[in-house]
Design a protein. Structure first.
Lengths: 440, 522
């Protein structure tokens, strides 16, 4: 009891009982054979870790719960966590900081409270909201950012934000970013040193392409239950419900889709329709278990203790970070692969150069937009296009969208001269992509 | 009117929603389904010690819903335990029994899991109550001292009916685990290789269907929706007529074959013919029983005597499978009805699917006639569906690898860092003996490794990395290593209990300094 109350009034270290860090101190007190020479073993690193280092955890879901507990046990005392979600019953099979009674409450707040209860002396500051709510000043405060996110858009956003933050004259502006993800028995983890090593945008082409079905299959020639589900959600829902938005977290909505899709499947004699499949398709459910999250978070924490050893030194001693990408497949034995992912030339985020793009003179603006959306290395949803002198096409605001709509059918070559520059922006991404257009 | 329809549907379907349990386990049921979940819920898991790694493992087993767990631990919570174990009440737990403190905090993760505490010493249990140890589905032991581990693993190995044991060891950034089991059979290996569609050996109804279609008389829409399977069967049958009954063999012939397919297009945008061209290799890739499965047919466990002495549904099914493929005209596994999606319209696709389904039923029926013992129909279905990816693993006794100098020498040559790390961990525990946590020197560790592998063997440089780490942190249970191993060992335990996916055979060695894992000693 006394231990807990001490940290409220006094400094965090006063709650540290003797031998509390017996285990972790063994690796902080002396270097190992492969420890980077810049690692300053002893009291200095302990003091930095326990009293000075401020860490941001983005996401309090499957990975986030593991990361928070591990950071607290490792001795970090000033941890911040951001998450915009509330707790759902389907989180409870792995997100171990939450209980049945917490369903509906904000993840960040419940997670922070639980970790503080279990690990005395640690301060976890939650923020229930979006990462985009915070600006550069906020991100500048941290020594390290760790991501356990399930969205590609959010990852691209934080990656670009941290790359933009780097000021070569201010070493502290370089914030190492540790990122990971899991799917079933498989997972991956990586370290990004913004501008120094390969960034999230550099590896965009490693993402699996999402499954999409042609609209004619959905509308006219369904063959699989998935096609009937897409028909129910993409075509029937708006037809029947008008402007009412489909909420994939609302079981009643899933019920409706399931019933409508089942009726269609029956007409077409398609077998295999289930509630779970319906939910899986419309929500794009990814299988998830506690053990894989624990493995991936386990790789993180080693990186943090090294990353936290005064973040600015990382830029000068990259040797320890050669292997920046870890992949795990646990379905057949345990297979893992650790490698250095290299920076992508012309990366729109950390490359800083314009991307040269050669297209047909006959291509319309619409075709170019479709290409920007689908191309593996670009994948910009709803891009807006402009040159230094004119607006080509804007997705928003509505007036501008309306004004530029006729351009969609025009040929790009009518609007941009050969060798001309097109600036691509999107509301979801904090960066511009610059294209130099040439014609074949 | 439309909204009236939807209202009716909504009222009619409120009962469809899955129950709370299904919703809670949704993300894992998509991996191992209700059958895997039932196996987990029937499982009783014994974990020896309530330290940080053990509780990390258990957390990942309680969350997905094992039936029961017991922590066996006689020790009290130390100051150090209270600092590195999330499943203790911090400072307040110090001095209390470690299992008693950890069990309630683990059990609260999932109300449907029963958690028990046993505060006896393992040595007392081995002396007085070995049957209790054998009553579990699986035993997990972390950083057990050598002498006790040898007794425990020998006891469990001495009777194949006794549970498997996962032996887990770690110090600092290094760790390993080894699952001791006699035999592990897997039907649902969740292989990513799909079964054959048998385009090269079409069953009569498929062949007749493909040949009966009048491609020329079709309107362009229908022509553009003939499934590629049908196109390939037809083109191949026609090809064979003019080629002595053989499929295209040379590269030139295969090019010619593909050209024929594309020449059949009546419109240039017929994607079904493009798909047929891309899949044409199926015509000259002979459908045979996969070599992994023919190897299983040699298994002594399927002999009539073996099946009499040791009845087993799996091996009865395997024996029937062998007989079925021997007698089948095409020498193939039973057909499965799983048809991938392809360019087509509903009618053509569903008709084709029905042909496959009917034939698969017929072959399953034929397969069943070879069964010499009654087997539950659901199991037969599952077996036939997964016949191309069955697995039989036969394991080794814990410790056998370290006594096999030839195998160690081979492993050192092929997997130097993995083997060196394993040997370093073995040496650490051998030297610590009855004094867990003591700190041997680098020289002592190296000497111990050398004595195990033999004097003539050169030790790789990687050994210095491993023993240097162990000398640095000989008794450190780091939160990250505990989390990593906790995840790994739980994954393996789930695979063993559910008999789904493929567990590691031999040692899985991990190094979190450079973040790698490796497998040796299978």
């Amino acid at each position: 009891m006394a231990i807990n109350s001490l940290h409220v009034n006094g400094s965090a270290t006063s709650s540290d009982w003797q031998d509390r860090y017996f285990h972790i101190d063994q690796i902080l007190d002396q270097p190992g054979p492969r420890t980077d020479p810049s690692f300053l073993a002893g009291d200095e690193v302990k003091e930095f870790l326990r009293d000075k280092c401020k860490i941001l955890v983005i996401g309090a879901g499957g990975l986030g719960c593991e990361i928070l507990a591990n950071l607290a046990l490792t001795g970090f005392k000033d941890i911040h966590v951001i998450d915009m979600d509330t707790i759902d019953i389907s989180n409870l099979n792995r997100q171990f900081l939450f209980r049945q009674a917490d369903v509906g409450k904000p993840k960040a707040i419940v997670a922070a409270e639980y970790v503080m209860k279990r690990v005395p002396g640690v301060k976890v500051t939650p923020y229930f909201g979006k990462i985009q709510d915070k600006g550069d000043d906020y991100y500048m405060e941290f020594n390290l950012v760790i991501c356990g996110l399930d969205s590609v858009e959010a990852r691209r956003w934080i990656n670009a934000t941290l790359v933009n933050l780097v000021d070569p004259d201010t070493p502290e502006s370089l914030k190492p970013l540790i990122d990971g993800g899991t799917e079933g028995f498989k997972g991956q983890a990586r370290v990004i040193l913004p501008t120094v090593s390969s960034c999230y945008e550099c590896s965009l082409d490693m993402l699996n392409k999402p499954t999409t079905f042609p609209i004619c299959t959905i509308a006219n020639t369904p063959r699989l239950p998935e096609h009937c589900i897409e028909w129910a959600s993409v075509l029937e829902w708006p037809r029947v419900h008008g402007d009412k938005k489909l909420d994939t977290d609302d079981p009643d909505h899933i019920n409706w889709l399931y019933t409508v899709a089942s009726a269609r499947a029956k007409v077409f004699k398609i077998e295999g329709m289930t509630w779970s499949l319906t939910q899986g398709v419309v929500k794009n459910v990814i299988p998830a278990i506690a053990s894989t999250n624990a493995i991936i978070a386990g790789t993180f924490i080693h990186w943090d203790s090294s990353c936290c050893n005064e973040a600015f030194k990382i830029a000068t001693s990259s040797a320890a970070y050669l292997n920046n990408y870890f992949m795990l497949i646990g379905t057949e034995g345990v297979y893992s692969y650790t490698f250095e992912h290299e920076k992508r030339e012309h990366c729109p985020v950390c490359g800083g150069e314009a991307l040269e793009l050669s297209i047909s003179r006959e291509w319309t603006v619409e075709q170019l937009i479709e290409m920007l959306t689908e191309k593996q290395t670009i994948q910009i949803k709803k891009p807006s296009l402009s040159t230094s002198t004119r607006q080509i096409y804007f997705q928003a605001p509505p007036q501008l969208q309306k004004a530029t709509l006729p351009n969609l059918k025009k040929k790009v070559s009518e609007l941009v001269e050969a060798g001309g520059e097109v600036i691509v922006t999107a509301s979801t991404l904090p960066f511009n992509l610059s294209l130099i257009i040439t014609y074949t | 009117m439309a909204s009236q329809d939807s209202q009716d549907i909504e009222t009619a379907t409120t009962a469809i929603q899955p129950d709370n349990k299904t919703r809670r386990y949704d993300r894992q049921l998509r991996l191992w389904a209700a059958s895997g979940q039932a196996a987990l819920e029937a499982a009783r898991v014994l974990v020896i010690s309530g330290r940080a790694t053990s509780t990390s493992i258990l957390k990942n087993l309680v969350l997905p819903g094992i039936g029961h767990f017991t922590i066996l631990d006689h020790d009290t919570v130390s100051h150090a335990d209270a600092g590195n174990n999330f499943f203790l009440n911090g400072f307040d737990s110090i001095g209390k029994n470690r299992a008693s403190e950890a069990v309630p905090l683990l059990a609260e993760l999932n109300d449907s899991v029963e958690g028990c505490t046993d505060t006896r010493t393992l040595s007392a249990v081995l002396d007085t109550d070995p049957a209790w140890l054998a009553s579990f589905t699986i035993v997990i032991a972390h950083n057990l001292e050598n002498a006790l581990l040898e007794r425990l693993s020998s006891l469990l190995w001495s009777d194949p009916a006794r549970p498997p044991i996962v032996v887990v060891r770690s110090a600092g950034f290094l760790g390993e685990f080894f699952t001791q089991f006699h035999e592990h059979t897997i039907i649902e290996s969740h292989s990513e290789n799909p079964p054959s569609l048998r385009i090269d050996k079409p069953f009569p109804a498929l062949r007749d269907h493909a040949l009966a279609l009048d491609f020329d008389a079709m309107d362009p829409t229908e022509h553009g929706h003939i499934p590629y399977v049908v196109i390939l069967v037809r083109v191949l049958e026609e090809w064979k007529k003019s080629h002595d009954g053989k499929p295209p063999q040379t590269t030139a012939e295969r090019q010619e074959f593909k050209k024929r397919i594309l020449a059949m297009k009546v419109k240039s945008d017929e994607e079904n013919f493009d798909e047929a061209e891309a899949q044409a290799y199926r015509c000259w890739t002979e459908t045979k029983v996969p070599s992994e499965i023919t190897t299983l047919f040699e298994d002594p466990a399927i002999s009539p005597e073996a099946l009499r002495q040791k009845p087993s549904a799996f091996f009865h099914l395997l024996a029937a499978l062998k007989e079925f493929t021997d007698q089948s005209e095409t020498h193939t596994l039973p057909l499965t009805s799983t048809l991938p999606d392809m360019k087509s319209d509903t009618t053509n696709y569903i008709d084709l699917q029905r042909l496959y389904k009917t034939r698969a039923e017929e072959e399953k029926h034929a397969f069943k006639s070879h069964l010499r013992a009654p087997v539950d129909d659901t199991l037969v279905d599952l077996f036939v569906k997964n016949a191309h990816a069955l697995q039989v693993l036969r394991g080794n006794q814990w410790g056998a690898f370290d006594q096999d100098r030839a195998a160690l020498a081979d492993a050192l040559a092929s997997f130097p860092k993995e083997t060196a790390t394993h040997l370093a961990l073995s040496a650490l525990f051998a030297l610590q003996g009855n004094h867990p946590g003591s700190s041997p020197t680098v020289e002592q560790l190296r000497g111990q490794v050398q004595s195990v592998v033999g004097d003539g063997i050169d030790l790789p440089e990687a050994l210095d990395d491993a023993i240097g780490e162990l000398a640095r942190a000989p008794s450190a249970e780091l939160p990250n290593t505990a989390a990593f191993l906790g995840g790994m060992v739980a994954q393996e335990t789930i695979k063993v209990i559910t008999k789904q996916y493929i567990p590691v055979k031999g040692y899985c060695v991990i190094d979190l300094v450079d973040t790698w894992t490796g497998m040796i000693g299978a």
